[in-house]
Design a protein. Structure first.
Length: 338
């Protein structure tokens, strides 16, 4: 290569590096600060919601945690307040519009206007589709779709006046529908569509909406999942995949990544390499993706067992699900109020 060509390449590389550095500096300067902001986290008493609450508290956010379970909320409050956080808790079922409206009115009157809304409340139904009921689909939609509808519309009048941030925690299951999680996937797909539509329409009010589609993360919440069919086999496989560092990230790593996307006003964020690869493949060829998933489905536990009845993951434990293969998830459950 001639010396002039080498110099040109060097200048191109230097220019590209300078451009990237300038972009990073500009992005950091424009980052949203959570300090002093009132942040409402649905499903904030345990699991991923609690992990995000810890990180936000460390930045000086004023926290509002809501959940259906008072005892878990109180445990979360005691931990966070004991570490110096400004936090209140509210019992609320986000699938009931009247409860959501009442909770948000109370918070804004007694604690202050909500600056950041994090729609995180969730649930999982695991099992073959032949064992799934219409009620399972309705229940998932009530929490994953209607919950964010109710909360967003309730905070919207105030946010329109001063701007704000909204984070909708969907899932890679909202982009790629994996077998044996159909009610979960369908409702998370609905949330992705809702979230992206909100972003397009609310940006005019300086309200930036971020859609998170994380892959598996070790929150410890597997025990709260509803399991059907051959529930012990189904649950053991689910818990092993959730615990493996090859297929999942820590809840803390995932939370940092997603909250950074929120602070920068990013439209969308996906975590874990398997999730990113699946989303990319699905975008290129949905046919190939679904054909591959149909092969995966063949090796999953079939129908039978308890059939359409359901039990929680915590009621489906076995020697395999409590083995060393799931130790990371077990530790996360103890840590995250599960």
């Amino acid at each position: 290569m001639r010396s002039t060509d080498k110099r040109n390449l060097w200048w191109l590389a230097a220019g590209a590096g300078a451009l990237l550095a300038a972009r990073a500096i500009s992005r950091k300067a424009k980052a949203y600060s959570f300090k002093g902001k009132v942040v409402l986290i649905t499903g904030g008493a345990r699991g991923f919601g609690l992990v995000m609450a810890r990180l936000l508290a460390a930045e000086g956010a004023r926290l509002v945690l809501c959940s259906r379970t008072r005892a878990q909320l109180e445990n979360a409050r005691l931990e966070l307040a004991g570490n110096g956080a400004d936090v209140i808790i509210e019992t609320c079922d986000v699938s009931i519009e009247e409860q959501v409206k009442g909770m948000i009115e109370k918070v804004e009157k007694e604690f202050g206007p909500i600056d950041v809304l994090i729609n995180n409340a969730g649930m999982i139904h695991a099992g073959p589709v032949a064992e799934v009921t219409v009620e399972d689909f309705k229940e998932a939609m009530d929490v994953h779709f209607w919950g964010p509808v109710y909360t967003t519309l309730a905070v919207l009048p105030g946010m329109k006046k001063r701007g704000g941030r909204i984070l909708n925690v969907s899932s890679i299951g909202g982009k790629v529908s994996v077998p044996h999680l159909l009610p979960y996937n369908a409702s998370k797909f609905a949330l992705v569509g809702l979230s992206e539509g909100f972003r397009a329409e609310l940006k005019q009010y300086n309200i930036l909406v971020t859609t998170a589609t994380p892959g598996l993360m070790r929150t410890g919440s597997t025990g709260q999942a509803f399991v059907k069919g051959q529930h012990k086999k189904e649950y053991a496989l689910f818990k092993i995949l959730d615990s493996s560092p090859l297929t999942s990230n820590s809840a803390e790593q995932t939370a940092r990544t997603i909250l950074n996307a929120l602070r920068h006003g990013d439209a969308q964020v996906t975590t874990t390499l398997p999730a990113k690869a699946a989303a990319l493949l699905h975008g290129i060829s949905p046919s190939v993706t679904t054909d591959l998933l149909s092969l995966v489905n063949k090796v999953l536990p079939g129908e039978g067992g308890i059939g359409k009845n359901r039990v929680k993951g915590s009621q489906s434990e076995s020697a395999l699900s409590m083995s060393g293969l799931t130790s990371r998830t077990q530790k996360a459950a103890q840590k995250n109020n599960e």
